[in-house]
Design a protein around this ligand. Structure first.
Ligand SMILES: Cc1ncc(COP(=O)(O)O)c(C=O)c1O
Length: 426
């Protein structure tokens, strides 16, 4: 159970006790609460009481805590030390043509890991680091919008529509609506998009929340695509070809599980778009944190070393084997639990040939997209079981769907399965 035990505290309430030295190292996604959570009925479904019913399990966010045991094992091999006098300048790359705030070794580590995995074309492309891929998403929108606006005056007062096929990652629309930009606007489901003129389609593949592999759906003149490849890594999905879209986004959060470092990167083909992105990054935050880049470099190089044929003696255990094994086991257990509970259904995924593993593989998505078969509010039923999930409406679809984070800690995932088994159909 990932260095974690559950025990009673002085008040008689259960709490998760973390055996590791510092609490911020792993966290369990579990909140201590009062109440016993017994005997709740919803949507024609009953559940019976069990031990540990009074802890809330948070499977709402996509926190990648499942990677903790892998990195705990590695720990000192990936330590970085930064002296007080180091990394002080705004500038990390003083060569002409480089991204001034970006350490060349970070750029090289990104290119190397993509070469090793074969999931994206990164050589001869611009690599632009950001504070997570969340920042790069809006930076890419601004950069694409300004290439349209600078090419013609036809679209002076036009807010460029941004669309994504539903179910779409909840944060895209939420971030755009919050931002209230005058140059672009959130238009929701790409399948319903009919307007002529420039637009931006976001393609998330494999998709968050439903794990499906996707292509652009609008395919009209004036269209620009941002491809969010946060989960295009071999632990989640077969790598069928190196992705080569105009603008691609990746994040350390889902590649290695280091979400707290807030490191993402864009791979960009077109020089004007890349220069616009660097300009926005400069104006917004004068680049990104050099400490984060250094840590990402160390971690990405360590991961790539695991698959480097030149290394024989000192080859690290593979991160992707670990991630693939954990997720495959969890999916197997979840499918068995869902089948025996009978209240929910899960999507099926076809296997595909993975160039990275050299064989046919089943996808193991980072989220379970669960449908409550009787209809009604699936998230409400889960919250009665003290399980936080994300409601389908946030992804542009019905409340009968929920998204469940499959990357949580072992203890949270196992409690989730335990509670699922208490649901009984009427
Ligand atoms: C599809 C997708 N894109 C982007 C992000 C944001 O990643 P980051 O942590 O790099 O901001 C997430 C996080 O869950 C995601 O699921």
């Amino acid at each position: 159970m990932c260095g974690v035990e559950i025990k009673k505290n002085g008040n008689g309430n259960s709490e998760i006790n973390n055996n590791s030295t510092r609490n911020y190292e792993n966290g369990n996604g579990i909140t201590k609460i009062n109440g016993n959570g017994n005997g709740i009925t919803s949507n024609g479904v009953h559940h019976s009481s069990r031990q540990n019913d009074d802890v809330v399990i948070n499977l709402d966010q996509g926190d990648p805590k499942m990677y903790f045991p892998y990195w705990k094992n590695v720990d000192d091999k990936c330590t970085i030390t930064i002296k007080a006098s180091e990394l002080m300048s705004y500038f990390a790359d003083v060569s002409n043509g480089g991204v001034f705030y970006q350490m060349p070794e970070f750029t090289e580590a990104v290119r190397r890991v993509h070469r090793v995995v074969g999931n994206a074309v990164a050589d001869d492309r611009y690599i632009i680091g950001g504070t997570g891929s969340s920042q790069l998403f809006t930076v890419a929108l601004k950069a694409l919008a300004s290439t349209v606006k600078s090419s013609t005056t036809d679209y002076e007062n036009y807010r460029i529509p941004v669309v994504c096929a539903e179910p779409y990652y909840s944060c895209y629309g939420e971030a755009l609506e919050e931002g209230k930009s005058e140059v672009y606007k959130w238009e929701g489901d790409a399948n319903k998009f009919k307007v002529d003129g420039p637009y931006i389609e976001v393609v998330t593949t494999p998709n968050n929340p439903d794990g499906r592999c996707r292509e652009p759906v609008v395919n009209k003149e004036g269209g620009m695509v941002i491809c969010d490849l946060a989960y295009y890594w071999p632990q989640y999905t077969p790598i069928t070809a190196p992705a080569d879209y105009d603008v691609m986004l990746f994040t350390l959060s889902k590649a290695t599980g280091h979400a707290g470092s807030r490191v993402g990167w864009a791979i960009v083909k077109n020089k004007e778009v890349a220069m616009n992105m660097i300009k926005v990054m400069t104006l917004e935050t004068i680049g990104t944190c050099h400490e984060g880049q250094l840590r990402a470099t160390k971690l990405l190089d360590f991961v790539a070393d695991g698959y480097d044929d030149q290394l024989v003696d000192d080859k690290p255990d593979g991160l992707f084997e670990f991630g693939h094994r954990v997720l495959a086991e969890r999916w197997e257990k979840l499918r068995a639990a869902v089948e025996s509970c009978g209240a929910f259904s899960l999507p099926d995924f076809p296997s595909d040939f993975c160039n990275f593993w050299g064989k046919h593989c089943q996808p193991n998505p980072a989220y379970a997209w669960m449908e409550l078969k009787s209809g009604g509010e699936a998230a409400k039923l889960m919250s009665e079981l003290k399980i936080r999930t994300r409601c389908g409406t946030r992804f542009g679809v019905s409340a009968k769907y929920i998204r469940v984070n499959m990357m949580e800690s072992d203890v949270s995932f196992n409690l989730f399965l335990e509670r699922l088994s208490t649901i009984k159909l009427e």
